[in-house]
Ligand binder design. Structure first.
Ligand SMILES: CC(C)(COP(=O)(O)OP(=O)(O)OC[C@H]1O[C@@H](n2cnc3c(N)ncnc32)[C@H](O)[C@@H]1OP(=O)(O)O)[C@@H](O)C(=O)NCCC(=O)NCCS
Length: 208
């Protein structure tokens, strides 16, 4: 089985610990509550094409998995399986979908426990890249982590994934390590950069 973002970590996770902090979202979040003007200028004019009144982030549910998997398979060469998403829901990871005009534009999956959160997947529908969805969803995950008293957020990213690295650095993530041979690629394995942010140092649109 080939996996995309941080599934190897997921497989090693102590689900009992994560379950203790059940972060499945409990409320709908209207993303327009985040004021884009407080963020840095965006190459895409962050949200220029977004109708704020039709944008929301809500908890992912089992019936979303078909649409989620369709985006996953378009976005990654080594996508997660439906079973992995189902496990994320089952163990109580923080699983969100972002919808714009009722279309699923992306999703984010994160675990939180013991003062630390770990973004396991952040993905936007490829046709919608560069419109500000990814930044908004990332901020939402970080705000959620903060609301659950995490101090730090970690994630892995492929060194070849320049767009994602640029997004993460722009909000304050820095590299704290390398995980050797972490990801599958066409030649075999590829390293992952391990990035981290102290949530107190978060840049851009901030916590509500
Ligand atoms: C990474 C990803 C989530 C970004 O989502 P997005 O909606 O395209 O990103 P946004 O439009 O919010 O842009 C946010 C930032 O990403 C970076 N970025 C986006 N498009 C870019 C491009 N064409 N060139 C360079 N950087 C780009 C920029 O830093 C941008 O900030 P700016 O708009 O202030 O310049 C998206 O590309 C994606 O889903 N990729 C496939 C899945 C993936 O690789 N996920 C990360 C796994 S670790």
């Amino acid at each position: 089985m080939t996996l995309s973002c941080s599934a190897r970590w997921l497989a090693c996770d102590d689900a009992r610990q994560v379950k203790a902090v059940d972060l499945r979202a409990r409320e709908l979040i209207v993303v327009s509550a985040i004021d884009p003007k407080r963020g840095r200028a965006s190459r895409s004019g962050m949200g220029a094409d977004i109708d704020e009144t039709c944008l929301r982030v809500r908890p992912m549910t089992e019936p979303d998995l078909g649409a989620v998997l369709a985006v996953e398979e378009l976005a990654y060469s080594f996508p997660w399986s439906k079973g992995i998403f189902r496990d994320c829901l089952r163990v109580g990871y923080c699983c969100w979908v972002m919808e714009h005009r009722d279309l699923l534009e992306g999703y984010g999956i994160m675990s939180v426990g013991a003062g630390e959160s770990h973004i396991l997947n952040l993905c936007i529908r490829p046709a919608s890249h560069g419109h500000g969805f990814g930044r908004r969803l990332l901020m939402h995950l970080l705000e959620t982590a903060s609301a659950h008293r995490a101090d730090t957020t970690l994630l892995e990213v492929r060194p070849s994934n320049a767009h994602a690295i640029s997004l993460y650095q722009s909000v304050g993530f820095t590299q704290v390590g390398v995980r050797r041979g972490y990801y599958p690629n066409d030649e075999g394995r590829e390293d992952a950069l391990l990035l981290a942010i102290e949530l107190a140092n978060l840049k851009g649109p901030t916590h509500a």
